[in-house]
Design a binder for this molecule. Structure first.
Ligand SMILES: [Zn+2]
Length: 272
């Protein structure tokens, strides 16, 4: 089996001391491909360094929380980082009208600049949206964005279908394992076409709540992706092994990751 975690915040301070061990556990859990999320210029640079060191992938972007600190220079820096051979997407970028750490006009400006960058470079977009429907979909539509993933989808049916109509891939996290706020996703994942579904941990956030025992300090990590895989597979009535193949193939297609590399990693994991 070979799994792909399309979103892990491995630059987060909680991974500073034991990243080697975290990535060894990920390999042992068949999580052979990991894309490290970039959320600021600095974090995107760190993500590229970690990707180089551990043979992983990364994104380059500014999260809407940090939109108010970004300007033209920020986008110029992202453009440089995007040329890194391991950088497979622009983002995470988008709108977050839940926390509102940045004013809406600043969020929209920073989002548009990154949409334009992704389109100009022919790179897929790694998108974040919280409580920003329908504005978010309107902006994607008016800019003609088609090659992208709505990462950590947590919304309702109407929002999901708006994204699917735009041609987006959908990223599912351990939110689906949350009995308080994620149970609607157990139904909704069945609406996602098999070739548009992606899996992610969003480590160190969103530790699956039904995992027993809970990890120390409740830190999520890529090795817990099989738990999310099993939950989604159960909801779809599909064998987890089959879903692993499908979602890894989807990630390879969207992000332009060489699938032969993925199968080599599988052999290495199997042989280990
Ligand atoms: Zn996000």
């Amino acid at each position: 089996m070979h799994l792909t975690d399309i979103g892990a915040n491995l630059t987060h301070a909680s991974f500073h001391d034991d990243l080697d061990a975290v990535l060894t556990r990920a390999s042992a859990a068949a999580v052979g491909t990991i894309i490290i999320t970039g959320t600021t210029v600095l974090e995107s640079r760190l993500a590229a360094e970690i990707a180089d060191r551990y043979d992983l992938y990364c994104t380059a972007g500014v999260h809407p929380h940090h939109a108010r600190d970004s300007d033209e220079q920020t986008i110029a820096e992202l453009r440089k980082l995007a040329l890194h051979p391991r950088c497979v997407a622009i983002g995470e970028c988008g709108l977050d009208f839940n926390r509102n750490y940045s004013p809406h006009p600043a969020q929209e400006k920073c989002f548009v600049a990154q949409l334009a960058l992704g389109l100009a470079l022919g790179k897929p977009l790694f998108l974040h949206s919280r409580d920003a429907h329908p504005r978010f979909a309107q902006m994607l539509r008016s800019h003609g964005v088609k090659t992208a993933v709505a990462h950590c989808f947590t919304g309702e049916a109407e929002e999901l279908h708006a994204y699917l109509d735009l041609g987006l891939y959908i990223g599912i996290t351990g939110w689906i394992c949350d009995e308080r706020r994620g149970t609607h996703l157990l139904r909704l994942v069945r609406d996602i076409p098999a070739d548009r579904l992606l899996l992610e941990t969003d480590s160190p956030y969103l530790t699956p709540r039904d995992m027993k025992p809970q990890p120390r300090a409740r830190r999520n990590e890529p090795a817990f992706l099989p738990h999310i895989l099993k939950t989604v597979a159960r909801a779809l009535g599909q064998p987890p092994e089959e879903l692993a193949v499908q979602t890894t193939r989807n990630a390879a297609r969207l992000f332009g990751i060489d699938e032969s590399r993925a199968s080599r990693t599988t052999q290495r994991t199997a042989a280990a």
